[in-house]
Design a protein around this ligand. Structure first.
Ligand code: HEC
Length: 107
């Protein structure tokens, strides 16, 4: 392979990566807004968006906790919880809710 061919190949690889990146960003925004809608429907009887209610901590407070990571929230949402009804969520809904909660927490 000549060095010119190598450069062209490297360039096309880079261009391909750059072309895909905005799609990822848009998908994240989508995920967060899907999570928001889901939370409105299934969670906001107990959790407020930003404020902590007498029933449950707010999503902003949960998302801002040092222990709140994508993994910890997903694990939490997959396991049953003493004070939470077992709301049945699929993988995509869990992803969306985790993205939304972390977004609320400024992460
Ligand atoms: C019936 C009331 C109720 C509903 C509905 C509810 N929750 Fe909760 N949730 C709670 C309470 C109460 C706590 C905190 C108490 C505790 O941690 O034992 C909590 C805790 C949490 C936590 C963990 C906070 C921590 O300490 O780590 C997360 C994350 C969470 N809820 C997400 C959700 C999501 C997402 C939904 C909707 C799919 C939801 N909850 C629906 C009552 C509820």
């Amino acid at each position: 392979m000549t060095s010119a061919t190598a450069r062209i190949m490297l360039f096309s690889a880079l261009a391909a990566v750059l072309a895909v990146m905005p799609a990822f960003a848009a998908q994240d925004v989508d995920l967060v807004s899907q999570g928001r809608n889901l939370a409105r429907m299934s969670c906001m009887g107990c959790h407020a968006n930003d404020a902590t209610t007498t029933v449950a901590p707010g999503f902003a407070a949960i998302g801002a906790m040092p222990s709140a990571t994508e993994l910890s929230i997903k694990v939490f949402l997959r396991s049953s919880h003493r004070n939470m009804p077992n709301i049945v969520l699929d993988e995509r809904q869990i992803d969306a809710l985790a993205a939304y909660i972390l977004d609320r927490g400024g992460k």
